[in-house]
Write a protein of this length. Structure first.
Length: 291
């Protein structure tokens, strides 16, 4: 199961955190621990990875009896590319946790939106507009489909938000790391003691290697997350299509029978005809009598 693979990748990131902390303990003086900032980023990414995996696990509906969780989702597992676009200029604080509330919130990572999700959302809006404009009446089937869609949609939206945030944090960590290593190199180059300057230069190189290892591991987890999202996105399309079809079918069925008001009046046609003839006869009789 892809989620288990994700957990394996997360354990690798935990190991990276331990390595960073161990490297920091070699130099007990807090002023001589330039790895603190990098350690914080690794720790945050590890926490996000764990939260992300939990979100993916929660979004999956229970498997039908006799069916394993690994076969509950249709479609292939082809994922997105691990290469992410550049980080947003003002994405918000990196330490903030995403809002787990189902209430609509502003999209903080629009550059990470997937066109497939946007098309699915547009199809859902079209369904709502169609039902309202054509006054499609609910049926037992459409009510069941809508209830199922609403439950799925809320949880899927949270998973999409978690995935976009995870991608942004990996990108943002790269931006921070580039500035971090540049500042470290600038400080090291200004040391006047050649022996101490060389010691710190070696420390800088060790940290850079450690970051490269973390970056490779983080992108491996991202690939696994992309594969999971591909499965979820496939199912989201299928559920969206089912809801659209259910409401269109309800519209189609409404035109298979004559409206009740028409048939009811037609059933009383003979009565109204008799009353019409009676009124006509009464007025005709009265008119002759008056003459």
């Amino acid at each position: 199961m892809l989620i288990r693979l994700g957990l394996i990748g997360i354990s690798i990131v935990v190991a990276a955190v331990v390595l960073v902390q161990t490297a920091g303990q070699i130099f007990p003086d807090p002023n001589e621990r330039p790895a603190v900032r990098l350690t914080e980023e690794v720790t945050r990414t590890n926490r996000t990875a764990g939260w992300l995996d939990t979100s993916f696990a929660n979004v999956l509906p229970p498997s039908p009896p006799g069916q394993s969780a690994s076969t509950a989702l249709p479609g292939g597992a082809a994922g997105e590319t691990a290469t992410s676009p550049g980080a947003p200029s003002q994405p918000g604080a990196a330490g903030d946790e995403p809002d787990a509330s189902p209430d609509p919130t502003p999209d903080r990572y629009p550059e990470y939106n997937n066109p497939t999700d946007q098309d699915a959302r547009a199809a859902a809006d079209f369904t709502d507009d169609m039902v309202e404009e054509l006054e499609i009446r609910d049926t037992e089937y459409t009510r069941a489909v809508d209830e199922f869609y609403n439950e799925w949609s809320a949880r899927y939206s949270r998973a999409v938000d978690a995935h976009k945030r995870f991608r942004w944090r990996i990108d943002r960590a790269g931006v921070i790391a580039a500035e971090y290593f540049q500042r470290q190199a600038d400080l090291t180059s200004q040391m006047t003691n050649p022996q101490r300057r060389e010691v710190f230069r070696q420390r800088d190189l060790q940290e850079q290697e450690l970051y490269r290892q973390w970056q490779a591991q983080a992108h491996e987890i991202l690939q696994q997350s992309n594969a999971i999202m591909a499965e979820l996105r496939q199912l989201n399309l299928e559920i969206t299509k089912v809801r659209l079809s259910a409401n269109f079918l309800a519209l189609h069925q409404e035109f298979q029978t004559i409206p009740h008001a028409i048939t009811q009046l037609h059933n009383d046609l003979a009565l109204f005809r008799a009353r019409s003839e009676q009124l006509q006869f009464s007025f005709s009789t009265g008119a002759v009598h008056n003459q």
